[in-house]
Design a protein around this ligand. Sequence first.
Ligand code: SAM
Length: 294
Amino acid sequence: ESAQIGSRKTTRSILNEYGLHAKKGFGQNFLTDPAILQRIVEAAEVTTADNVIEIGPGIGALTEKLAQAAGQVVAVEIDQDLIPVLEKTLAPYDNVTVINQDILKANLPELIQQRFTDPTKPIKVVANLPYYITSPILMNLLASPVEWSSITVMMQKEVAQRLTAKPGTKQYGALTLAIEYQMDAEVAFNVSRHSFIPAPNVDSAIVVLKQRQQPLTTKPFDKQKLMGFIRGCFAHRRKSLWNNLQTVIGKDENIKAKMTKVLEKIEISPQLRPEKLTLAQFINLLNALHQEKL
Ligand code: SAM
């Protein structure tokens, strides 16, 4: 039996040694298949020229494979009970830094500047995500000013489908648009629930998001503003665009008159639901509102 952290045997003995049980509240499902761990690193195309951020290292199974392939790895883990475990399991790797933090509260540009020896190298995210916060984590990554070289993440199969959904479908939303704006998305492979301890109730998929190759024909005046705007427009997805816009921009008569003018000019019906709008329409809308100083 191999001594790799992510073998079933080693995972069980580490959990036993530290008296740990997977915490549901933190979405802990430990991946216990070294071949799959290796395939994830290969799908991410990690090389020694890369800086890697791992979200939720757990007991270090994927971290170990990343450390062997990457220049440097920074792993962010929320569960403080796992920190002493990681210190021990990852001791052989001097290119790994473990941080005890909630990734949703991390200042990503600052983390990159402070923790990587050479922050100008390509930054790749690789993670077996905690399923309860897959969407917020991805949304935060994509709304941050960081230019990700790639984001390779394991998630529920159903969520993976949402990432490439078409306008007008139930799965289409702010996350779909944030991805379409800057990344090319591809499902690399599926992973059975039986590859985890404990087994989750769903099967999983590895999704690879790579920096967009084809430039957009319509560009927003500000990426950060676009991400916030789209999020705001989907705050109440069953309500009309008009209702959502009033929440995002304002309800006073002067503002409403300007918004009506803008929507007429770019020929978007205020009664549409946000899920009917394409990315280009959201960008046009934001740019037109900006021109009207809204
Ligand atoms: N990487 C390990 C593996 O593949 O076996 C563990 C993956 S497990 C699905 C998710 C990990 O994310 C857990 O270690 C959990 O404690 C951690 N986690 C959960 N919420 C987090 C958060 N907000 N910030 C950072 N890590 C988090």
